[in-house]
Design a protein around this ligand. Sequence first.
Ligand SMILES: [Mn+2]
Length: 269
Amino acid sequence: MSEDQEPTRYRTLFLSDIHLGTRGCQAELLLDFLKHNEADTIYLVGDIIDGWRLKGGWYWPQTHNDVVQKLLRQVRKGVRMLYVPGNHDEFAREFIGAFFGGVEVLDKAYHATKDGKRLLIVHGDQFDLVVQHARWLAVLGDWAYEVALWSNLWFNRIRRSLGFPYWSLSAWAKLKVKNAVNFISAFEEALAEAARRHHADGVVCGHIHHAAIRDINGMLYVNTGDFVESCTAVAEHADGRLEILHWRLTAEQQKASALQLRSGAKAAA
Ligand SMILES: [Mn+2]
């Protein structure tokens, strides 16, 4: 089979905002991505499983199971996997410090690139209030910044315990901020500032579904994007170079996978 080409091996892969458990999740594309791309270390940078949505109704097709199985199989094969939960999989934050099937669950992580950069790994929702009130916080100083981080955590924790949906900063920003570009740059600046506060050289995050690798105020800002709309991940090459991987099936691959699905369905029937 022509499909059997060797997967590309990276030093590190960063994935976020997969939203398993929702109809928007591009599980088939992600399965294809995981078939063709491997790494020594994989970071799951939050919103991997959408726990907020699962409350409203169970949506869990086989392909979503396959993603989980495929990831866990990687761990059994010796891949180091770290999981930094986001707002949609906040339930996993209760297990910080624990291992699940060999996956390490962390509040935040630090990654050292091959070329010696120290990167803070966080989902990014922690900074929703900071993004929203960036101007005030700059005036009020450090204590206000800390209060904003703390409030953000508890505001959504309480909302969740009362059964309210997650208060979405990006939805709010789309309503309030006429220009989405303003919102994205406010987010990028807040995350770059967080990296600076953590004495890192940069940050790897997700949350806003907008992949990027940029220099922001002297900090390296890396956003993995998502596997809902844009289907992106970030890879670290053997030499430490970072790259955004865009995963779209070629027309030929689409045909092949459709055939595969059909024959699979027949076999199952
Ligand atoms: Mn998020």
